[in-house]
Write a protein that binds this ligand. Structure first.
Ligand SMILES: NC(=O)c1ccc[n+]([C@@H]2O[C@H](COP(=O)([O-])OP(=O)(O)OC[C@H]3O[C@@H](n4cnc5c(N)ncnc54)[C@H](O)[C@@H]3O)[C@@H](O)[C@H]2O)c1
Length: 250
């Protein structure tokens, strides 16, 4: 499939995991990619992987919590690429805490990266996306937003916010040709997932409902859903969420 031929795609969280796999998939399908992440070394690796598929790739080191910097790099990406019509926003973190013990700072850090970061990235990308007759954005939520995951009050709230925000964007911009959807991953074997640690003294039985019956999946299995949502194959899919969780919440 070459669904991204002639397309320019901005991808955040592109240094690792699902974002990196998304960059590879889009490059493999003929797209050019602007890669954004806080991790410069990882970005260089993803650039090489994308270029190996014949894609043009640009990298931008950026912390998504810095709204001014986000705007600067997304405007720069638009200039470097000659505009873009697709955004895949994957940057995010997961931390777990017993909620009554977590500090305000820990709460704000998760909300800042996952929810405010999504706003900054979408806000900066929208003027560029809307220059096109048709455009698409895909945000990364999580099964924690719609399931019941212990120790993740901040993470779940941030990812629930991502779904709500994305639906609002759909409604606001649908007449201007934007499609705005979320992927809802769960159990994808990435650093974020591998680093998952329940807080001290946690009752692991509480996590049962969050687990898929099948094994954990590869980043490519979430990237393929993102690529679908970002592509014209999803022409009639808008303002919604697609779960890639091995059926964990089914
Ligand atoms: N892996 C899963 O099972 C899973 C489940 C649900 C949701 N998600 C979501 O999918 C997305 C991708 O996660 P992943 O599993 O690939 O994790 P990952 O840790 O492999 O990749 C996340 C990327 O985001 C980048 N990042 C983190 N904070 C950043 C910041 N402040 N500014 C810029 N970049 C930043 C990291 O450097 C990294 O490259 C995240 O939004 C995550 O919440 C993943």
């Amino acid at each position: 499939m070459k669904r991204f031929e002639g397309k320019n795609v901005v991808i955040t969280g592109a240094a690792a995991g699902i974002g990196q796999a998304t960059a590879q998939r889009i490059a493999e399908e003929g797209g050019n990619v602007a890669l954004i992440d806080i991790n410069a070394e990882g970005l260089a690796g993803t650039k090489k992987l994308a270029e190996a598929h014949g894609a043009k790739a640009w990298v931008y080191e950026c912390n998504v919590t810095d709204g001014a910097r986000v705007k600067e790099v997304i405007d720069q990406a638009a200039e470097d690429m000659g505009g873009f019509d697709t955004l895949c926003h994957c940057a995010g973190i997961l931390r777990t805490y017993h909620t009554h013990e977590m500090s305000f700072e820990q709460w704000h850090n998760i909300i800042d990266i996952n929810l405010n970061g999504t706003f900054y990235v979408n806000h900066a990308a929208l003027p560029h996306l809307l220059k096109n007759r048709f455009s698409a954005l895909v945000n990364c939520s999580s099964t924690s937003a719609i399931g019941s995951h212990p120790w993740m009050a901040a993470y779940a709230a941030s990812k629930g916010g991502v779904i709500s925000m994305t639906r609002a964007l759909y409604q606001e911009y649908v007449k201007q040709g934007l499609r705005a959807n979320c992927v809802v991953p769960g159990g994808i074997a990435t650093a974020l997932h591998g680093d998952f640690k329940a807080p001290a003294g946690a009752d692991m039985e509480l996590l049962k409902g969050a687990m898929p019956f099948v094994g954990f999946a590869k980043p490519a299995h979430a990237a393929s859903v993102i690529a679908f949502l970002a592509s014209d194959d999803a022409r009639y899919v808008n303002g919604t969420e697609v779960r890639a969780d091995g059926g964990a919440l089914s």
